[in-house]
Ligand binder design. Structure first.
Ligand SMILES: [Fe+2]
Ligand SMILES: [Fe+2]
Length: 268
């Protein structure tokens, strides 16, 4: 009998908690609606969705560039820029890790150190590709010095431009936009370049860049719980998209269909 009564109360308590949960979900949804705000998950999903026109346009630029069969010198110059960019990514992400606060999430530290190691591998893989094309060793110090003297447009320069080392939201936004675009672009290169030595390496790079973009999405989701941050990230992201599109046009081609896509999506 007592057991029955106890169970009865237990069931009652369970229902009451469910009612509270349902009503608190309702309250959160109502508050988000009143503030004209998306939930953290919805916000990140909308950024991912909004990136697609940039990714597609960049892929069209890259495909057009390689389908026009650049000569060996142009190819080497192009890949030297990519090699330096990968090395720059490694340095910038490492600087970030080094300045992270003591109470940082250990998993986040693991993910970012994995990314820094991936970028070091990408730097080596692109270096090997250049050596495969030229048939001689690359003088990396000279390549970096030449790049510094006459810089070509590079995505990794945005980490510095947007103060990613002191602004976690800027770093996460960069990962979501720039690393996601990198995944799309490396995949296109792996598809359009027939040389297997190059295409297998570039497919491996693409896969890692996808992981880096996921790290950004996970981090961003923890940071965008208020309307002010959402508005700030929205603006950051739209500036980054524009910068990355300009970099893509400078480094590869300016494809007409791609231009139409970004004009329709972003009004540029
Ligand atoms: Fe990379
Ligand atoms: Fe990356």
């Amino acid at each position: 009998m007592y057991k029955y009564i106890y169970n009865f109360y237990e069931v009652r308590i369970f229902f009451s908690i469910s009612e509270i949960n349902t009503s608190s979900d309702y309250l959160i949804a109502t508050t988000l609606k009143e503030n004209n705000m998306k939930s953290n998950k919805e916000f990140v999903a909308s950024i991912v969705e909004g990136n697609q026109a940039l990714f597609k346009a960049s892929q069209l630029n890259v495909a057009e560039y390689f389908n026009n069969m650049p000569d060996e010198d142009a190819l080497v110059e192009h890949f030297v820029g990519r090699m330096v960019n990968e090395r720059m990514n490694m340095v910038e992400i490492s600087n970030n890790i080094a300045s992270m606060p003591a109470d940082s999430d250990p998993i986040e530290l693991q993910n970012l150190t994995k990314q820094a190691n991936d970028e070091a591998i990408h730097f080596r893989l692109v270096k090997e590709v250049i050596e495969h094309i030229k048939g001689e060793e690359v003088d990396v110090a000279k390549a970096i010095a030449d790049e510094e003297a006459k810089p070509t447009a590079k995505g990794a320069s945005l980490l510095e431009k947007y103060d990613a080392d002191s602004d976690p939201a800027a770093l996460a936004a960069y990962q979501l936009v720039a690393e996601g675009r990198a995944e799309a672009v490396w995949n296109t290169m792996a598809d359009v370049i027939e040389d297997e030595f190059i295409s297998t390496r570039y497919a491996k790079i693409a896969k890692d860049e996808g992981f880096h973009s996921t790290i950004g999405a996970m981090k961003l989701e923890t940071l965008v719980g208020d309307a002010e941050t959402q508005a700030r990230v929205e603006e950051l992201v739209s500036n980054m998209r524009k910068d990355l599109y300009e970099i893509s046009c400078k480094n590869t081609s300016h494809n007409a269909e791609g231009q139409k896509l970004v004009s329709e999506a972003y009004g540029w």
